[in-house]
Design a protein around this ligand. Structure first.
Ligand code: AMP
Length: 104
């Protein structure tokens, strides 16, 4: 599997605005935000896309972490996962977009 930009961020080889980190996940601000708040929740364990994660426990922990990060930063939020190139995925290291901060 090719090394992704997110792996370089996890390994601190390139800089990023990190908003959350624990043993298994990191969350950063998206470099090209599509919402007033746009975060990316990224598992440290490499997998190219969401449907490559076979463990339901890992999927659960990924979504639980995305919700935790979202609630630390936003009251209302949208979670988005692009899974595969035809769905708009550009970085092939699984991640969840956390979007929000729009005015009501
Ligand atoms: P996706 O299209 O679902 O693969 O999303 C990849 C996201 O990564 C895009 O929203 C990009 O703006 C974002 N991105 C790419 N490189 C970086 C970077 N170095 N730091 C933060 N976000 C990035």
């Amino acid at each position: 599997m090719e090394t992704s930009v997110f792996e370089a961020i996890i390994d601190r080889k390139i800089p990023s605005d990190i908003v959350y980190e624990d043993q298994d996940f990191i969350a950063i601000r998206d470099l090209h935000p599509k919402a007033p708040v746009h975060l990316l929740v990224i598992p440290k364990k490499r997998s190219p896309r969401l449907d490559a994660i076979e463990s339901e426990a890992e999927l659960g922990r990924l979504f639980a972490t995305a919700i935790k990060v979202a609630r630390q930063n936003l009251s209302d939020f949208r979670l988005v996962v692009n899974c595969g190139p035809a769905a708009g995925q550009e970085v092939f290291h699984t991640h969840i977009h956390v979007l929000g901060g729009w005015k009501t």
